[in-house]
Design a protein around this ligand. Sequence first.
Ligand code: SAM
Ligand code: SF4
Length: 491
Amino acid sequence: MLTPEERAWRDKRLTQIAAYETAEKRRDFIDDEKIWDILRRKSNPTRQEVEEVLSKARELRGLTPEETAALLNVGDADLWEAIFETALWIKREVYGNRIVLFAPLYISSKCVNNCVYCGFRHSNEAVTEKTLAMDELEREIKILTSKGHKRLIVVYGEHPVSDVDFMCRTIEKIYATKNGRGEIRRVNVNAAPLTVEEYRRLKEIGIGTYQVFQETYHHETYRKMHPANTLKSSYLWRLLALHRAQEAGIDDVAIGVLFGLYDWRFEVLGLLYHAMDLEREFGIGPHTISFPRLEPAVNTPFTTQSPYLVADEDLKKIIAVLRCAVPYTGMILTCRERPELRRELIPLGVSQVDAGSRIAVGGYAEMERERIPEREQFQLGDTRSLDEFIYELCQNGYIPSFCTAGYRAGRTGCHFMSFAKKGLVKNFCVPNAVLTFKEYLLDYATPVTRELGEQTIDRYLAELGRHMPQRAETLQAMLARMEAGERDLYI
Ligand code: SAM
Ligand code: SF4
């Protein structure tokens, strides 16, 4: 039962949302019938058709819904191998071999909504609600920065205690908290949809990306998952959340689906239509796409009983097809997935991952507890430390990155897209990745990771020297300045 205060807050927002739905000129660009029609028409693509789609994918122009549907419906194992190879090629071509690292920070689990799949839903009495006090927030930040993190995504339930004022206060606190050389340089946000005015306030305090997952693009499933009269029940308010964020000047917006609620092929096309509509209106698509899978949560039977749970093999397909369809959008893989699967999924097109994560509110202060079910939204699959994860990335030939230079140098939104489209990410972002990785190795790494990390940097410098000797020299000089004590250098 909501308290009178919670009810009043919810009702006021429900009225606001209803008024928005009536006045909004933008249309609902997801047509369920049309998506099913495309999937049916492309249900049996010929080998030649698939090969042609893959050649187009290699031109890095993105794919149409029809072409994407043809890939989604491939049956032959050898053609899937060709799709995986194309995805890997695109990832290397656009992003190089760097992997950006971040950590999630759950700030408040209080929520007035009742999403069927979520451990934080209001009616779930098996999860204890918690909102971090400012001193607890500071402690979490100090722990995260002491491990070497520079980039966070902060997460809030939808509740009067975590309204936009609270979001602003907590994000300002995060930026202001210094820990020796440690600091958070980019705060991304995953929270409920806001009004344009509210987004403007977040833009002013300097957030990075604003992320809202549609959860499912299928209208009827959306209705079933989000009970009537809750704030999340409005499909349109959520679908257009990131259009409003863009309108408010937040250029980096991030979309996602909670895979396992409905048919995964349908959802991939939903993501594509969402990306296309953002690009149509703002000239720029989403900064990232996420593809979380439904994970078990305490007292939430739907999470293990949904008829649409996605198999590991299908998750590989989802990632590879998305990589081919939207080559310039970052792709985020989270610690929801188990270590051995993360190893397999990263090469298929992932550019950002979290590591060393805890998702209970206040979970970093109890780092040694890998799981705190009574305070978590769902269960994590990968609870390894940041250092352990970084060691593995280096073993597999990646360059770990904590880079926030693009955003601080104004290379966001449109700029980032034109940048990415010119293939320059590799030439700016990888050197910047190396600089932030060096910072990690100098200040936070264990001796074994440091040794392997230095070898990784040396190998990269040698390769860069062969193709761009001047850039290699500049980078080497900057690395030497870091050895001498300077920090936060970027190109
Ligand atoms: N409350 C806000 C909202 O719903 O948009 C933002 C935070 S919510 C805590 C973040 C995301 O967690 C949701 O968008 C949903 O996709 C995901 N999530 C919820 N329940 C989950 C579950 N059981 N397994 C995996 N992810 C889940
Ligand atoms: Fe609340 Fe978000 Fe969980 Fe829904 S998914 S119950 S809105 S925290």
